[in-house]
Design a protein around this ligand. Sequence first.
Ligand code: CA
Length: 737
Amino acid sequence: MAHSLAATITVLAATSAVPSVQAAEFLVRDQAEYKSAVANAAAGDVVRLADGEWRDFEIVFTGIGKLGEPITLTAQTKGKVVVTGRSNLRLAGEHLIVSGLVFRNGHTPTNEVISFRRTREHLAHHSRVTEVVIDRFNNPERFETDFWVVMHGKRNRFDHSYLAGKSNSGVTMAVRLDAEASQRNEHRIDHNYFGYRPVLGANGGETLRIGTSKYSLVESRTVVESNYFERCDGEVEIISSKSGGNVFRGNVFVESRGTLTLRHGNGNLVEGNVFLGNGVAHTGGIRVINKRQTVRNNYLSGLSGRRFGAALVVMNGVPNSPINRYHQVDQAVIENNTIIDAAHIELAAGSDDERSAVPIASHMRRNLIVNSTPRSTITAHDDITGVKFEGNVVSGVTSVPAANGFTEQSVELAQTPSGLKRPLGSQFEKVGAAADLAVVAREETGPPWYPKPNTISSFGTGRTFAAQPGQDTLTQALATTDAGDAVELQAGEYVVTKIIELAHPVTVRAAADAESPPVVRFERSTLFELADGGSVEIIGVAIDGGFAPDAYGNSVIRTSRYAMLHNYAVRVVDSEVANLNTNHSFNFLRVARHTFAQEIEILRSSFKAVSGAVIALNREIDDLGIYNGEYITIEDSRFLDIGGAVLNVYRGGTDESTFGPHVTLHRNTLANVGLDKRNTSEASVFLHGAQEVSIADNEFRASERVRIVKTVGEPITILERNRLIETAAPVVRQRHL
Ligand code: CA
């Protein structure tokens, strides 16, 4: 195995004044050479993986380096070593450094991609993983849980790395305290780029978790500093701190849905962080639970979240709480924070029969709360006399929760050099976040050699192709497209004889000069099948189901039958869909379990003669808080003679980790909808467990009623100005769990 080592060992020039031994450098070209080199590596040595693809490589990196003379595993050229397939990295020992590797096009066969331990007993200490990339390295099964980086041991550092695109279940990064040797660990997590984490549609989509409830009364003492969190949307917790003595300092959160949550454990410090919501839905700030939490000098702007996802949340606790519920807020200090244009600040949040222990011995002082448009913002849900308010300044806040401790002042904001806003005037010097609050730049995070994505491809961002009427001309045109491209149809008939599989976002639309809507007919059980990564937008097209087989269960669009990692979108605009009735249960959209629509939108379209449902998002039946779609919007559309429901959405269970589903139905007409005997929902619109519902200005004529089952999470349900003609009144039921 060592046959080629002699040739590849080069003696390094002395880099330190007095090296204790001469350091060696090994350039290895395959897994056998790697193993041999690591077995021979001593303090100060460097093992380099040759540039190229390393497939199915379970890297075990062990050794004992010394302070100032670590053993290093790196790439021949940083960024040019790509680890693919079923691969991972375990490191164990002392004074180890790993850098320069890219994990892409694969997934880990174990629970972790990078683990700071080899076995439960053999951990890494005083070691560093820096400038590594884990890019969409997802298990193909959406709900097969794994973690990308798990820190064990003590005094380890994870920094300047890139973690983005985790789409399967499981925390992106975790610090574990499940062994004495991993507690009071003093790890550092800094200057990392935590990029896009799409909505998971279930619990288990946190970006960073430190500890677990079981060990939460143990101190972790992990420092999380100068990281950049961009659109980390997985679930309600961006960061879940479940241990004590952690420091979250100088991190930036951009348009990330959810909050930094001090979920379990005491004595944590949250300071100097910047949250920029830019008004994006469900962006939140900091949620406080437990004892001796300090939240100071943070800057929170444009956060739209409510309830547990608000800009600032101080929770009620459970008296004598079990370890995994809510410990009372005690001795919290919340001071010198700047909160601009926040939709909500929630105090004594979650107050109910169980969570009745109000915050005690706590302080909120010298915070600056400014709204450019006056609104109430601050809500106290219970007795807050246990919070002492002093010297808080509010502007544009229409009501404050306590008689003392808040002064309403006219505040004029000006931009500081770091891009944040500060009030003009010396009277505000000691209020809000400091003028010199540092903001880590996006470019300072992650490895400098790996580009961060600027946009995600979506509809209408690419080229346009033309298709002429005829048989399979649409199929041929679509075969030439890339993500974001469009195919334009002239007036005439398009017959599709094969299922069209779409693996990227694509638009099918009528040409601007088409004299009448092009008509698409299909001969197979579906017209479009969305493969993982596929999305479809249909504009100005007539789709006729009359050529579909005389068999039950057809559809116009269906998802892959298997789990899909990528969230997809379906848009139908100015289109006409008819004759989906060659047999029973013909749906417009049929989805499979463990698939997830980020957005389904139907605008100004008509659906006529459909034997099944128009949109059925009801395949997650395990009552685990999992569901099939986030935003469903249907507006200005007509539905006539539909056997099933126009919309059927099911989200079961008691989990509160998600923001959706969101359903909007405005200005539609439904006539003779839902009356087929196979429509077990017995509804024209059936919504179970949706979180935000607005059904307004619709006309229901000779149709089944609307049925809504409300479950957890204080859902918002608006039903107004609907005209009911020969249709029973909606039923809204609260399900007590
Ligand atoms: Ca969670």
